[in-house]
Ligand binder design. Structure first.
Ligand code: NAP
Length: 351
């Protein structure tokens, strides 16, 4: 049994990790941090976990405690917190999966551009492995630090990877439209995320350059061996609680049929345990509603030959494949166990 800790366990991604890990056959959660709820039972914040974790309480954030109790730590804090905690953990040999954006970008200057702070540990950016198994499975296996992707980025990348690798899309004008549910904004209400303001919205935000663009462009460039790719990504806050749908609009560089696109996606994702291709009844395109509660990504596409365009889609549960599920998938790979362990639950329906 691996002993794992969750930093930021009172938030939404931390809570989702606790939910998934509660029945995981190969790990035991031995540490869960919350500064606000230190000393309180896990179920006092996550009532869905009543009856689980009866011997574990929230602890204050203490690196010494983490090192004493854990072999691997998940960090689920807002940006610019993990940069302080993670280097200390790595120094002591513990493995870390960071769900925050603090180690996703390779170029330290990008942190100033996209996140507005100077990265205090730039050497670790090269050491970190971007935690998308569909791109970096072998590196994740050996990694000491995994930087788990953002939810919008996961959906965008999984919609685009086979098409970009397949060489049939224009690489300097890709437009990604993302719809995402309210849990992506975390557990603390703000003016924009408080229920009366957020319920039933269809609200675009950060339309002039969302932060997740940086990691999507980085990973697609890497996939192409250094060829630049330019992305516009506009997220829309929608009224659902969970779910993210990326619709990537691409322009074609050659005539291609839907059958050929299907073949490329089917080949690229053939061995991926958490990718399903949607192409028929009852609904023709992916919808996050049918992946909620699971680690699946449903992908689909449409080709509009008349104007040489294609729409490439990916639907995820932002808290699962977009966060906790993907992090557990990476952990399984790091531990050398079956990638699907703890993640076998089918999606909910209706959700
Ligand atoms: N929500 C999503 O769909 C999603 C998807 C992918 C990635 N992410 C990323 O995952 C991270 C967590 O997101 P979330 O939605 O779970 O946020 P959240 O619900 O707001 O939870 C944040 C957690 O971090 C703790 N925390 C806050 N400031 C801290 C500090 N200075 N030191 C230690 N702990 C601190 C909080 O607990 P205390 O204040 O009680 O300590 C809380 O448990 C973020 O970086 C986010 O961008 C989120």
């Amino acid at each position: 049994m691996a002993r794992v800790g969750v930093v930021g366990a009172s938030g939404y991604t931390g809570g989702e990790l606790l939910r998934v890990l509660a029945t995981h056959p190969d790990v035991e959660v031995t540490y869960a941090s919350s500064r606000e709820y230190a000393g309180k039972p896990i179920s006092s914040v996550h009532p869905n976990l009543r009856g689980y974790y009866t011997n574990l309480k929230f602890s204050n954030v203490s690196v010494d405690e983490m090192l004493k109790r854990c072999d691997l730590i998940f960090v689920n804090t807002p940006s610019k917190v993990s940069v302080d905690i993670t280097p200390q953990l790595l120094e002591s040999g513990v493995r870390v999966i960071d769900l925050s954006p603090d180690f996703r970008l390779k170029n330290p200057e990008d942190y100033l551009t996209w996140y507005g702070f100077e990265h205090p540990a730039p050497d670790l950016l090269q050491k970190a492995v971007y935690g998308l198994p569909e791109l970096h499975r072998e590196e994740i296996r050996k990694a000491q630090l995994v930087a788990s992707p953002g939810c919008n980025s996961t959906a965008a990348l999984l919609s685009l990877i086979p098409a970009v690798a397949g060489g049939f899309v224009e690489l300097d004008r890709i437009v990604v439209d993302v719809k995402v549910g309210s849990s992506e904004a975390g557990i603390k209400p703000s003016l924009g995320t408080h229920h009366p303001e957020r319920a039933n919205v269809m609200r675009p935000y950060e339309a002039d350059g969302h932060r997740h663009v940086a990691e999507v462009e980085q990973e697609l460039k890497n996939l192409l061996g250094g060829r630049e790719v330019k992305i516009a990504l506009v997220p829309h806050a929608v009224g659902s609680v969970r779910g993210a749908l990326a619709t990537s609009h691409v322009w074609l560089t050659k005539n291609i049929t839907e059958q050929e696109v299907w073949r490329m996606y089917a080949q690229r994702y053939a061995k991926e345990p958490f990718i399903r291709i949607v192409r028929g009844a009852p609904f023709r395109y992916p919808d996050p509603k049918y992946v909620i509660g699971s680690n699946y990504t449903d992908v689909g596409f449409a080709v509009e030959g008349r104007i040489s365009r294609a729409a490439l889609m990916a639907a995820i549960d932002n808290l699962m494949k977009g966060a906790a599920g993907q992090a557990v998938q990476a952990m399984n790979i790091m531990l050398g166990i079956d990638e699907r362990n703890g993640l076998n639950t089918p999606p909910l329906r209706p959700a």
